[in-house]
Design a protein around this ligand. Structure first.
Ligand code: CA
Length: 232
């Protein structure tokens, strides 16, 4: 388990107290005393947990959290708020906080919540890994690394080819119309040649299907295209 904890807290007394208590519990603590530095620190490495105060100079805690989540940082965050008001809490949780505590808090309660939050997290990666890996027949696509393999052989696609194939694969077994593909992959305002889809389908067929017995990319005459395997 990652024991690195970032504390974003501008009140030196509270920051110091937390540092002492958490260090005693075996956590490795870093303190940022304003929102801007907190965000920079948060993005600088993988944290086991972030304790985030709401009322902060430079950038408030909710804004820090919002920006953090926007960049898809899924580090557990416990929001610490001095104001015991419901809208504040809800707003904090809506922005993607995993939990919150209200000042003044009992250190034991905070530690318990930290443990619970970090424990919940440790079962999560497996589920996420599965969501990142798409599969059809003997082909896999890893959305994290953008790596495509068929029968263990790596297939390299250009960025546009990748976007097209990903869209088909995410909607496998469904027939997608040229219009859907155009809007999704090229955008509504695309003004190039209308046969661009057919051209790109030809490109990806060459790379994905040509060297294999089973075709995954199918043309549905008069309708559009579909990715499906042998078993479907
Ligand atoms: Ca504060």
């Amino acid at each position: 388990m990652n024991k690195d904890v970032l504390i974003v807290e501008d009140e030196p007394k509270i920051a110091r107290l937390l540092e002492l208590e958490l260090t005693y519990e075996g956590y490795v603590v870093t303190i940022a005393d304003n929102g801007k530095e907190g965000l920079e620190q948060a993005l600088s490495k993988a944290w086991g947990l972030i304790l985030l105060d709401i009322m902060l100079p430079e950038l408030n805690g909710i804004e820090v959290l919002r920006r953090l989540r926007k960049i898809d940082i899924d580090t557990p965050v416990i929001v610490v708020t001095a104001r015991n008001t419901t809208p504040d809490k809800i707003s904090g949780l809506d922005q993607g906080a995993n939990d919150y505590v209200t000042k003044p808090f009992e250190i034991e309660e905070l530690l318990a919540r930290m443990r619970a939050t970090m424990r919940n997290r440790s079962v999560e990666p497996k589920v996420k890994e599965q969501a990142k890996l798409l599969q059809i027949d003997n082909l896999t696509l890893n959305k994290m690394t953008r790596e495509i393999k068929r029968e263990g052989k790596r297939i390299d696609l250009t960025p546009k080819e990748y976007d097209l194939f990903l869209y088909l694969l995410e909607n496998k077994h469904q027939v997608l119309s040229r219009e859907q593909i155009m809007n999704h992959v090229w955008g509504f305002d695309f003004e190039g040649e209308t046969n661009v889809i057919d051209v790109y389908i030809r490109y990806i067929r060459k790379k994905i299907d040509q060297d294999f017995d089973i075709n995954l990319i199918h043309t549905i005459r008069g309708v559009g295209f579909c990715v499906r395997g042998e078993d479907s």
